[in-house]
Design a protein around this ligand. Structure first.
Ligand SMILES: [Zn+2]
Length: 43
């Protein structure tokens, strides 16, 4: 069960560089987008 390829796929996904909002759990590929989101949604 623990050696399922799904786990590796998940790990790969985490390795892709994303910027996570610290207020909610949204992720952004662009730092500027995260900034905009943070301002718009959490200001
Ligand atoms: Zn957010």
């Amino acid at each position: 069960m623990f050696s399922r390829p799904d786990l590796f796929r998940k790990k790969e996904k985490v390795e892709t560089k994303t910027f996570k909002c610290r207020h909610c759990d949204m992720e952004f590929e662009d730092k500027d987008r995260l900034k905009k989101h943070s301002k718009k949604a959490h200001s």
